[in-house]
Design a protein. Structure first.
Length: 57
């Protein structure tokens, strides 16, 4: 999600995530050069790609 308002000096890009177990919605700011949601998730998780996440049961 991108906000094109003059709120900040640079564009504001947000990553919206929903916790699958609680349904809680998280919205986190990511760098404006982020091009995709997958790239934003990698940035949030210190370079870990979502494909390598483990599912706990």
């Amino acid at each position: 999600m991108q906000i094109d308002n003059s709120i900040d000096v640079e564009p504001i890009y947000l990553l919206k995530m929903t916790c699958p177990s609680t349904g809680f919605i998280h919205v986190l700011r990511v760098p404006p050069q982020t091009k995709s949601a997958r790239e934003a998730i990698r940035w949030i998780n210190w370079g870990t790609d979502p494909e390598t996440f483990f599912v706990q049961t």
